[in-house]
Design a protein around this ligand. Structure first.
Ligand code: COA
Length: 245
């Protein structure tokens, strides 16, 4: 089924609108050279059925061993994320290497590369860049407002700012802030090695898709952040680059 293509409507942020191609499971949905790295979307099959051995065979040996121990959506999403990473390696012209997971769940990229992963039931996205500066990627739904999320993930100042918006924009603004915070977390956690709460960072979305990060605690303020968001169909894709000052 083709998704309705959204254009830049007035109540939405006017960031770049990027659209995946129609879905065929286990194929590349999109490849975009974004400011923080190459982003690859990978279509996932519907449902949590075990991943076919021929798809598992596309993984590197160590990844396959890890994937074989997983079940349900977790297995599908892990495999999709690794296959998206593999496409991104190809786009960067680097050799494919197994990407395993550290003790906190972060992907361990080969020397000289940094990367991050996000997934929903039907799509995995990997972001890969050259260098050592942390990157994060996150994908969030905008369609169904979820009660209580704003209060859980926004600071009092952010909540106040969101509540000044017209009702139709409040949920999208909340989702952008939420997604960027998750990307911030993925970008800095491998360096900080501690849990960072949603109240420790503020996100100020820009109408051009360039977002400002304000760190409220010293160890997070020790990074220089760049953050962006864009639409993929009905979802927000955020990316963050976090460089120690
Ligand atoms: C870890 C977390 C960010 C993952 O986000 P999510 O929306 O649950 O799931 P996503 O599909 O977007 O991302 C999952 C991927 O995140 C990555 N990830 C998990 N833990 C991670 C970590 N500590 N550091 C970096 N990346 C991590 C993994 O690659 C994982 O995919 P994989 O297991 O297939 O490799 C989230 O569960 C979490 O704990 N958030 C709370 C902390 C937070 O966001 N604070 C914001 C303050 S700045």
């Amino acid at each position: 089924m083709r998704r309705r293509i959204r254009t830049r409507e007035a109540p939405r942020y006017a960031g770049p609108v990027i659209q995946p191609t129609p879905a065929l499971p286990w194929t590349t949905a999109f490849v975009y050279a974004l400011p923080h790295g190459v982003a690859v979307g990978y279509h996932l099959p519907e449902g949590p059925d075990p991943v076919d051995p021929e798809i598992l065979a596309r993984l590197t040996g160590a990844e396959r061993t890890h994937a074989e121990a997983l079940r349900g959506y977790r297995q599908v999403q892990f495999v999709g994320g690794r296959l998206a990473l593999a496409v991104a390696f190809g786009e960067l012209g680097t050799r494919r290497a197994p990407v395993l997971t550290d003790e906190h769940g972060a992907p361990i990229l080969p020397e000289g590369l940094v990367g991050s992963i996000t997934h929903k039931q039907d799509l995995a996205v990997a972001l890969v860049a050259r260098g050592r500066v942390g990157v994060g990627v996150d994908l969030e739904e905008t369609t169904r407002p979820r009660p209580g999320v704003a209060e859980r993930v926004l600071t009092p100042r952010e909540l106040e700012a969101v509540r000044t918006l017209v009702p139709s924009r409040q949920w999208v603004d909340t989702v952008v802030r939420f997604s960027v915070k998750e990307s911030v977390y993925k970008a800095i956690h491998p360096t900080l090695q501690r849990y960072v709460g949603f109240g420790e960072v503020e996100v100020w979305p820009g109408t051009d898709g360039v977002d400002r990060i304000e760190a409220l605690v010293p160890d997070v303020a020790a990074f220089t952040f760049e953050a962006r968001h864009a639409w993929i169909g009905e979802r927000i894709l955020s990316t963050v680059r976090a460089e120690p000052k």
